[in-house]
Design a protein around this ligand. Structure first.
Ligand SMILES: [Zn+2]
Length: 128
């Protein structure tokens, strides 16, 4: 017996919309994007740079509670100070702090990594 699971098709559709949002941001379309939550063209793109070499792209809907973020491995092409959100950045720096303490990258260079962590901590603290 095959049965359509409405949850699965809905999340597949959601994923497609998320990918679309990411592509739009990458193409420089930063406002009035279609919201995966309410389907209104009400999503705006914002950026954060909570620490050196950490960039995130946020998608916030003004019509509903939808929000999501993407982690960037490099500076987003349309990153600008005018699109940077200090309130979101604070959330991101919390997340980064937690992530760093949870996952030391390489056991062999643990001491080295700890030093880097401390450095990053200092930078984060001095930014606040
Ligand atoms: Zn929405």
């Amino acid at each position: 017996m095959s049965e359509m699971n409405p949850m699965n098709s809905r999340s597949a559709e959601n994923l497609a919309l998320h990918i679309k949002l990411a592509n739009e941001a990458y193409a420089g379309h930063l406002d009035e994007l279609e919201c995966p939550g309410c389907r209104k063209p009400a999503v705006s793109v914002w950026f954060t740079n909570p620490a050196e070499d950490f960039y995130r792209t946020w998608f916030l809907c003004t019509a509903c509670k939808f929000h999501t973020r993407a982690q960037n491995t490099e500076k987003p092409p349309f990153f600008s100070e005018g699109r940077r959100r200090a309130d979101l950045e604070e959330l991101d720096s919390d997340i980064i702090k937690k992530a760093i303490f949870k996952q030391p990258r390489d056991k062999d260079t643990r001491a080295n990594c700890d030093e880097k962590t401390k450095l990053l901590q200092c930078r984060l603290n001095s930014q606040q």
